[in-house]
Design a protein. Structure first.
Length: 424
């Protein structure tokens, strides 16, 4: 089963993969990036915590805003782990590489549009290679657009108490509006460790083999600093060299964040020095409790006003939309009722299947082969009871009768079977 988030589409299809539920949006992506071309020593910041006691052992400029660079992918992975743990994704679920994702600058795996990658390999690629193309593919497959995914990332950050963090993309590529602090990145590292012990172990991956190539983890502390169990590096010219590291020795556990290093070597040396000192002071007894989630902004049903928060620019409606898109518990399936759009009361049906997953898979395939024919028409599945069997119709909505016939004729020329149906 494949997930499809083609950047050439609009509309949303919620579907189930076994017990998994994802929302497939198909929408255009226009990501504008920009960042200062220079870097100064003022960008330096660090914070180190005794993760057993919760005590901050060392800090400098911990609350000063900085560019996260690829530390951003920690939140991207958090959302993937969240969906895995809830059963809405499996490690074998497949992401489709979208056009915009494939066009991202390195570091990347270099998949072509339409190629697929499993969630398992996507996680490994993000942890080791820090692949930007995979990060954007995750965002577009799971939320439809990278912008919507980023709004959800920021919404989650607010829940974690990361009040000084705003995400604009899933990769960490330069964007003036994408900001964080060393303290906020520490909070995110702790959430990953506390919430997903089963999946957190992926941050310890030293190398990743994919398509006959081997990718070495950018976090060199995994290779030369005893007890390191993750978690992520980051670099852009504007951010400098960033690193979040977690180290366990005996019963001690310390987590550090260093941002704004002039070189990777200097950043790593600074982190090692801080961690060595921290380990000497750290407690061997776990007394820290997992931080409770904080209330996040929720849109009021009676208003469509997009009120910006002072801290991030996140809108109430944007946060709500992102939350609904990523946490919906039931698929959008019409049970014999009309789902016609305002543009017309007819559907183009491309198949009927015994499971919703099969119907969704067919829709994804048709989108990949005939996106120009069906552009602007919402993909839907409709359950239909026939004797003792439930069938799921794979359809595209919002046609007039004439337009539906024309679209079906064009599909048949591409050897795609179809039929024009009333929406009711």
């Amino acid at each position: 089963m494949q997930l499809n988030g083609s950047s050439d589409w609009r509309g949303c299809l919620s579907f189930r993969i076994g017990t998994s539920l994802l929302c497939m949006f198909v929408a255009a992506l226009a990501m504008t990036i920009g960042a200062p071309s220079s870097f100064s020593a003022s960008k330096r910041a660090h914070v180190v915590m005794d993760a057993n006691s919760g005590r901050i052992l060392y800090s400098s400029n911990a609350d000063a805003k900085r560019y996260p660079a690829s530390l951003t992918k920690m939140m991207t992975l958090y959302i993937v782990f969240e969906m895995l743990q809830s059963g809405r994704l499996s490690m074998d679920s497949k992401l489709v590489m979208t056009t915009s994702a494939a066009a991202q600058p390195p570091s990347k795996l270099g998949l072509k549009p339409g190629e697929t990658i499993t969630i398992r390999n996507a996680v490994r690629a993000l942890v080791t290679k820090s692949a930007n193309d995979v990060a954007v593919a995750v965002a577009e497959n799971l939320a439809g657009t990278e912008a919507k995914f980023a709004r959800y990332m920021t919404w989650k950050a607010r829940q974690f108490g990361m009040k000084n963090t705003t995400f604009r993309n899933a990769s960490g590529l330069p964007n003036r509006g994408q900001l964080t602090t060393a303290r906020d990145m520490l909070k995110l590292a702790l959430r990953l460790n506390d919430d997903f012990p089963k999946y957190y172990r992926y941050f310890k991956t030293k190398q990743f083999r994919y398509r006959k190539r081997r990718y070495r983890n950018h976090n060199s502390l995994l290779f030369n600093f005893s007890g390191t169990d993750g978690i992520k590096t980051g670099y852009t010219r504007a951010s400098g060299f960033n690193l979040v590291a977690s180290v366990r020795r005996g019963k001690k556990h310390v987590v550090g964040v260093v941002m704004g290093g002039r070189t990777s070597g200097k950043r790593n040396a600074r982190m090692r020095a801080l961690l060595r000192k921290a380990l000497k002071k750290a407690s061997s007894k776990r007394t820290r409790k997992k931080a409770p989630l904080k209330p996040a902004l929720v849109a009021r049903a009676r208003t469509k006003t997009k009120t910006k928060t002072k801290a991030s620019g996140l809108t109430k409606s944007g946060a709500s939309d992102a939350s609904r898109a990523m946490t919906a518990s039931e698929p959008t399936v019409a049970q014999g009722s009309s789902v016609a759009s305002a543009r017309g009361p007819f559907h183009v049906q491309v198949g009927a299947y015994g499971t919703q997953a099969e119907a969704t898979s067919r829709i994804a395939l048709v989108i990949g082969r005939a996106k120009r024919v069906l552009k602007g028409h919402e993909p839907v599945t409709m359950a239909y009871n026939a004797t003792d069997q439930v069938w799921y119709r794979a359809r595209f909505a919002g046609f007039t009768k004439v337009a539906a016939r024309k679209a079906c004729t064009r599909l048949k020329r591409q050897k795609i079977a179809c039929v024009v149906m009333s929406a009711n």
